[in-house]
Design a protein around this ligand. Structure first.
Ligand code: ADP
Length: 379
């Protein structure tokens, strides 16, 4: 009997030692707080390492007094007033012996001890470093947002400033070409055409930059009206006919008489002109473009297929990015290479504002491309 008691006692001591070892070597602060909110137990080493206090400096003291005054209420409310196990964790700042605060993440639960008294078992983790890192990331993000805002404003202002003088150059060269062609010598005419084409391209680039600034600042608003999409498509084809003929490219369309959708006419024209002019640009002479409409229950698919240079899988990922212009100059593909790489980015944004999307299909280089404009029937 005596032997058995001795063995039991030894076993108990061994278990106690083990728990002590675990508690002392934990990375977290582990405490038992009594009904009067005093520390009854603390794991010494972590308290000394994390908060700088010795065992005697804490035992018997009120735990809540070490918590930052602004965080006391939430601690009291969560652990003490709730009177039940707390699920999840709360953040609270705890005072270090040297006066600064450590941010902790605290979990706890109440329990009844062997004498029937209610106590609190609390585990706190030092998250100061993580908090600091989070704060740094938030501050960096804010700074990046501010810089992006400055950049957008700068582009917006510069574009507006450039627009007026450039419009004069464009208009003047257009008037000269339309009305004074006969009075201008052949050599000068060549230069005048250069001025006209250059200013036209710059005008387009500035419009694109302004559109991007409008998207980024959330200022691009659609003017939705019920419009006949077919009529818009035919107008776009007419606008580009001269250029397509010049490049010896045939535009074929197979369209119903009318399809009415709620769209922003000017913006939708911009998208169709962009996709159609790309099809003309990136198709070598003698090629074809096929325009079709598929009427689905929920949406309309407008497909613009060309027999041009096609798009590889690698290029597909770049298509809708800002300045997603592909370098194909050295590939000798017999296509026009001018462009800013902003058109599809803007088109995608406009179509998404209409709750639609642009799909692309191509079997690869030289195999042509199909751009599908999918527009919902009701938005
Ligand atoms: P860009 O002004 O360069 O035409 P876009 O944003 O309209 O700008 O198009 C981005 C890129 O996508 C183009 O530079 C071109 O390489 C590719 N692309 C667009 N449409 C076609 C097409 N129909 N066939 C082949 N490549 C195309």
């Amino acid at each position: 009997m005596a032997d058995q008691n001795e063995r039991n006692e030894k076993q108990l001591k061994g278990t106690e030692e083990k728990y002590k070892l675990i508690l002392e070597n934990a990375n977290d602060l582990i405490t038992i707080i009594n009904e009067d909110l005093q520390f009854e137990y603390i794991n010494k080493k972590p308290f000394l390492n994390i908060l700088g206090y010795n065992y005697d400096e804490l035992i018997g003291k009120k735990g809540i007094e070490f918590v930052h005054p602004e965080d006391r209420d939430k601690i009291l409310k969560t652990f003490i007033e709730s009177n039940k196990q707390f699920e999840g964790s709360i953040e609270a700042r705890v005072k270090h012996k040297f006066g600064h605060y450590i941010t902790t993440e605290t979990n706890g639960k109440t329990f009844i001890d062997k004498d029937g008294k209610q106590k609190f078992f609390v585990i706190s983790r030092d998250i100061t470093k993580r908090k600091r890192e989070e704060e740094t990331i938030i501050a960096e993000n804010k700074k990046l947002q501010e810089l992006s805002q400055i950049k957008s404003e700068l582009i917006m202002r510069a574009s507006h400033e450039l627009k007026t003088p450039l419009s004069s150059v464009y208009a003047a060269s257009q008037i000269l070409l339309n009305n004074f062609k006969n009075q201008i010598g052949e050599k000068a005419l060549g230069f005048l055409e250069m001025i006209y084409r250059g200013s036209q391209k710059l005008k387009q680039l500035i419009e694109n930059l302004l559109d991007i600034s409008r998207f980024e600042s959330g200022n691009l608003n659609l003017n939705l009206q019920v419009e006949n999409l077919v009529e818009i498509i035919i107008e776009c084809c007419t606008d580009l006919e001269y250029w397509a003929n010049k490049r010896n490219i045939k535009i074929n369309h197979e369209l119903p008489k009318e399809i009415f959708l709620s769209i922003d006419r000017i913006r939708m024209e911009q998208v169709i002109i962009n996709i159609l002019s790309n099809a003309i640009k990136y198709t070598p002479p003698k090629g074809n473009i096929y325009i079709k409409i598929n009427d689905n229950n929920q949406w309309i698919d407008l497909s613009i297929r060309d027999t041009g240079i096609g798009i590889t899988k690698k290029e597909e990922n770049l298509l809708f990015q800002k300045f997603g212009k592909m370098q194909r100059i050295s590939e000798d593909l017999d296509v026009e290479i001018e462009g800013s790489g902003l058109g599809l980015f803007i088109s995608k944004e406009i179509v998404e504002l209409h709750h639609g999307k642009i799909l692309v299909e191509s079997k690869g280089r030289g195999k042509g491309s199909t751009f599908i404009l999918r527009l919902p029937k009701s938005i």
